[in-house]
Write a protein that binds this ligand. Sequence first.
Ligand code: GLC
Length: 798
Amino acid sequence: MLKNKYGYFDTERREFVITDPRTPRPWFNYMWNERYAGLISHTGGGFSYLDSPRDNRLTRMRYNTLPWDRPGRYVMVKDKESGEYWSLSWAPTLNINYDRYECRHGMGYTHIVTEYKGIRGEITYFVPRDETGEIWKVSLTNLAKYPQNIEIYAFTELLMGNALNDLINQPNDKHFTDIRFDRDTQSLVATRRYWVLNKKVSVVQPNIDWKYVLQFSSSLNVTGFDAGLDTFIGKWRSESNPLAVETGKMFNTEITAGDPVAALQSKEKLEPGKTLHFSVLMKVSEKGSVNLGEINAWKSEGFIDEKLSGLQQYWDDYFSVLQVETPDEKVNTMLNIWNQYQAAVTFDMARNSGYYHGGLLFGTGMRDQFQDILGMVMAEPERVRKRLLNALQFQFKDGSTLHNFFKLAGTGERTRHSDTPLWIPFGLIKYFSETGDTSIFEETVPYHDADAGTVYEHMVRAMDYAISETTERGLPRIMNGDWNDTLDHIGPKGNGETIWGAFFLGYILKEAISLFEFRNEPEQMKKYTAVYEKLKHSINELAWAGDWYVRAFRDNGQPVGTPGDDQGQIFLNAQTWSVISGMAPAERGDSALKSCLDKLETPYGMQICWPAYRRIDDTVGLISRCVPGKKENGAVFNHASAWFVLAALMNGQVEDAYRIYLKMLPVNSGADIDRYETEPYVFSEYVTSPEHPTEGQASHSWLTGSAVWMLYIAYGYLLGIRPIPGGLLIDPRIPADWNKVCVTRRFRGKTLQIMINNPDHVNMGVKSITVNGKTCDSRILNPEKFPGPVLDVDVRMG
Ligand code: GLC
């Protein structure tokens, strides 16, 4: 069993089980659907929102405090006799020594069990797939031999509206609230009379209505309530010891101003051995169409069970598109469960709603969005299609794009990062390779600044824009940065050039050429092949530094990332993408990757660059102001490290690739969990490298491009079952000591049961493929060409 001192993986139930709540940081999970979402920590902390965590937050997150998963969704139980009270999720009554604590973070739900004073509390938090609301399903069992009189308090701190405004203008923002208690439904009904939907921070308070009504309800008989936060909590107290809970007297506040809370009290008697089942509900409806009574239906056990099984069904379907059985348990656990799950989270949360990202600043990044489809596209191609079409509205007619956008505000920032537009063809081609859906290219989408164009035109314009933004020497201008946001001062005068960006452009051209070939468009092939060749020539003329490629050229033509540099000598991305793009001649590719292994390999994966910057260099940028060993300044930046795995696989260095892949798995990089700190079940953005005293510490868990890349590289390149325009390419590159791998993969409407046999213990090379017992000449399987819904594919390596 995979475990550490705080918990273990229950693979059967697809859960990570936390048995000691004193984890190094809050370890959290997500519960969400397309519109309603929330994060939930193992202590019941976390916030909820509808559509946008900045513009339509429902409950609060307290920023920059310790512990930083406050406040949350709390249910407290009070023993009437002794007056003692405790929370069913450990926090915020941290000082209690529970007899038992267990938290199970599962797929879209979190389940916490506590035992104290002879009462077992179980609480399951989840968001139904098809409702704008959340359910806390609770049961209390009296383990004692005597009856117990208890009081139950369920509460959460409300926000309702613009979360940024709540932070910067709270004393004014709190004058627009209406919360009252509705006896018929035993619910607090909360709404706001205004909504700040500014596109940016502004003193202008727009005069518009918050469109929603929020109901907070319990299936128990409600004996008291509070909507005023200060009243419920009391003076000089916090959520850990609310006055109302301590005294047992709710104030029944219905507020029109002030900080809101939704708090409900119930009083029950628990007979020995008996279990009390109830639920706490939070539901959001549009003002115009609200039917307050609907919440009563939510209170039935039938409804809740149906929603829970809907959730289970959703995830069963989601995972059924890809299941693997390799000889390595860690790989299986990550690939079959957590890596796929994290990919789904990044698809919906982007780099936005989490404890590390805060939900206030980022919205959806264009470059992130077009990468984050790599997991979801297998399970829900229609949703991905919609998402791609939506994101294309943020492209300008000249091919450039906004850098990020906000769902509700419909706008974002134009930052002039050189790589951002190129992720458009990237995402479209990956989508097409998975689905074979040619119709997407014919769809019409408006440009952000002008009339509309087909998706095909959008794609070509993005490439043409990138091609046009090259210098006289034929290299892409870096502009205000590239994938590496912190290389933002290399070319302020407009002449700086990016070598990673040149390889990335090369890769996109290569992908596009294969798409054009598939579409039988010889003119396009010819045109872009010529660009590719010219670019390849320029790079190899100008950017080879002896043992590796330089990372960039400054405005004055000085290179960044050469053997002569005492900081930022070698950058990972410029080496890996030289291979990924197919632009490095064989010896140069070998040498570039070897240099990475010599200089950048750490126990946790590959450092993004080395040595980290210790002196500020304003001709490079923000990277040099960041502490050495963290973030882009020399951390093991997992997104970039993943690309090493890809490059090494492509270059036939399978054992190197697999070694780094293994190091990067959070179960491995987080082996020293007290150092590592973040969740061992998902990738973090980075792990601190040996260049900083906190070596091994991870940060920014969950929302990172490494989730989809580690998944895509593992199924597409390591197991070698890779969607390309013509079908599924079979090209496994596995450790030589692996005998056999089984993969079940749903692809273009069929289920492929693929058995990879490796009797000769090679790393790569396919000797033969049979489909349903018949020899297949091609390595590319087009499922349409085979009869039946299930294909048995036998691959023999050698
Ligand atoms: C962050 C950003 C991503 C960027 C990366 C490297 O993860 O979200 O867009 O590419 O940092 O700077």
